[in-house]
Design a protein around this ligand. Structure first.
Ligand code: HXC
Length: 257
């Protein structure tokens, strides 16, 4: 795994993908995005990995898409680059994604954070969609995911003013899961990753899929989808093992099947 713009580390049961363009606050250029998608897709197929942490450094998770790379682009250039096809691939990652965020999570950085399933933030996190200040608007899901997460009023405020919100505001608004001191945010994400990695993987996968389904379906369709995934889990060895272990008052031994 030789990457230039990211670092990938595997621990027992989970992996950490660290954005690695510290000189530009992890601004997301095409090269970084290509590597990120490749790494995530490989980890998604890796049976040793059951959860993935996406992180930056203390100063920045990511300060957005690389402005210098797109400053002179025409609409047709942007269309041909089709960068959002890569973002769609991240949305399709099946394993749980935990964002461990410190410092700036702006623009595309905020959107990347919101593409993750759970967000652990350090006290120093500064989150926002400042695209309006450079003559554009969110393009990688910001208007949709932020609105679903925090509601129309707050989303409008963030998107139309470009203001940054603090970790405390983000927590209060329901955009992130937890705030921890800067020294611990990555450790906290690791602890959570370990916990998720200890759960039956097939159930984790189908549960994530069902929660995400709620974003693009009616309640009727979503309940139907949930029910089918629930029934499907009764075809797994882990369901038999999990329920048997409960009855026998012992710890379940998950097979991931
Ligand atoms: C390219 C960036 C960058 C970015 C920071 N840098 N953000 N380069 N694209 N998004 C670079 C700076 O040019 C500078 O490089 C170095 O990182 C350090 O940044 P400073 O501005 O000197 O740091 P600071 O004064 O601490 O200010 C931090 C900041 C500011 C408030 C985060 O950098 C900033 O406003 N950045 C842009 C944030 C933004 O607008 N993001 C949205 C982008 S559009 P040099 O070489 O000068 O040292 C977007 C659209 C997404 O994300 C669409 C989907 C793909």
């Amino acid at each position: 795994m030789n990457y230039t713009n990211i670092h990938v580390t595997k621990e027992a049961g989970y992996a950490i993908v660290q954005l690695n363009r510290p000189d530009v606050l992890n601004a997301i250029n095409i090269a970084l995005m290509q590597e990120l998608v490749e790494a995530l897709e490989n980890l998604d197929k890796d049976n040793d990995v059951r959860c993935i942490i996406l992180t930056g450094n203390e100063k920045a998770f990511a300060a957005g898409a690389d402005i210098k790379e797109m400053a002179d682009a025409s609409a047709v250039d942007m269309l041909i680059r089709d960068q959002f096809a890569r973002w769609d691939k991240i949305r399709r990652i099946k394993k749980p994604l935990i964002a461990a965020v410190s410092g700036f999570a702006l623009g595309g950085g905020c959107e990347l954070m919101m593409t993750c399933d759970i967000v652990i933030a350090s006290e120093s996190a500064k989150i926002g969609q400042p695209e309006i200040n450079i003559g554009v608007m969110p393009g990688a899901g910001g208007t949709q995911r932020l609105t679903r997460a925090v509601g129309k009023a707050k989303a409008m405020e963030v998107v139309l003013t470009g203001k940054m919100i603090t970790a405390a505001e983000a927590l209060q608004w329901g955009l992130i899961n937890k705030i921890v001191p800067v020294e611990y945010y990555l450790q906290d994400a690791k602890d959570l990753a370990k916990e998720i990695a200890s759960k039956p993987p097939v159930a984790v996968r189908l549960a994530k899929e069902a929660v995400l389904k709620s974003f693009d379906t009616t309640i009727e369709g979503g309940l139907e989808f949930e029910r089918k995934n629930f029934y499907l889990l009764f075809a797994s060895e882990d369901q038999k093992e999990g329920m048997k272990a409960f009855v026998e008052k012992r710890k379940a031994d998950w097979k991931g099947k």
